[in-house]
Design a protein around this ligand. Sequence first.
Ligand code: ATP
Ligand code: MG
Length: 410
Amino acid sequence: MKPPGHRLPLFAAAVAAITGAALLARSLLPPASPFRLPSMLRPLLRPLLGAQASKSWRRSRGIIQHAIDAIIITDERQNILQANPAAAAMFGATVDDMQGAPLDAFIPRDQRLGANPATSHYFGNTGIHLRMKGRRASDYAVTGVRRDGQHVPLEGSISSLYENGKPIYTIILRDITERKQVQEKLAQSHTQLRELSAALLTIREEERKHIARELHDDLGQLLATLRVDLALLQRQVRAPEAQNVLAGMDELLMAAITSLRRIASNLRPRALDEGGLYFALESLRQEFVSHYGIACRLHANEEELILDDAHSTAIYRIVQEALTNITRHAQASRVELSLRRVDDKLDISIQDDGRGIAAQDMDKAASYGLIGMRERVWALHGDISIVSDGGTRIMVRLPLPPRPSSANPA
Ligand SMILES: Nc1ncnc2c1ncn2[C@@H]1O[C@H](COP(=O)(O)OP(=O)(O)OP(=O)(O)O)[C@@H](O)[C@H]1O
Ligand SMILES: [Mg+2]
């Protein structure tokens, strides 16, 4: 028989083992889980748990205090329970100022959510009041107001946990003023680039038009006059050798006139200025069919294509680039070109039955055809989409200036 004194270490070892297991279980379970220590152990463990809890409380508090991001903890009525120095600095306040204050005090007046606390939630169940930012439902963008009245764009995340059966919210906020400024500058420079590109396209088109006109009216007239003079000379000269030379000169002159017309028309199709967009497209189509032997149909209405110069030129160039691409890349045998006016919009579709276009083709480094097409469409505030559906289909929708009504002639 063992002396009674041996029972005490045994009892202590048992308590220690149960305590260890209990503490281990508690540390392994998530904090919100309903784990409770056995009631008989509580009086024994209170000092131990109390010490542990206060150590972990001090650690959490230290993390919050020293965090670079602003951290605000509120109760369910959005009264601030705790704010860290970063939050105080963000709002130009002191930690003491913030603690106990309603969250409303740091939200611009026009964005506050009314007086009824039951419905005035900036987050929690009614998180929809805040503009969602990013993909996670807990990420928000909101405007804060500093103590000096200055507004600050903020981004943050909100999480909730329950304490004594009531929710408390942890809001982590970041000042995104700098990022917003960079984004605004980027957007501004993007707009400027777009405007520059539109201006360059217009200048280029004007220059082409000018050179084409000079070639046609100036050089073309000179060559034509030369040909008339040559014909006069041919009638007067009898010597066969001289006749041969003159005939050769006439041939050369004819070749020069033909190539001048070709160059001028490549620079600026005369049909665009003389016959309008429909005829310019029709002659482009005919040239395409006869040159490349690819069937091409034009579905359009001449009346609907009476447009101003900016629209006519842009549309012509878009179709021209699409047809050039088809001859170079598509291996197509049929092309359908359609231009339909629907109210004040023009729907353009260029479809081929070729090999189709791959997504990466659209972003090739040294390819400017599709980029130019997009720029022209965007310059006219339109939309463009390019899809591969058993070939390539380019769809453009352009808003058009309203047609002068026939009932109310200008
Ligand atoms: N109709 C089409 N069918 C198949 N692929 C196409 C078609 N149109 C364009 N592509 C592909 O898209 C790429 C980009 O076309 P894009 O017009 O931008 O450049 P490019 O024709 O190669 O050169 P350029 O700058 O002279 O126009 C082409 O290189 C080609 O691979
Ligand atoms: Mg191209």
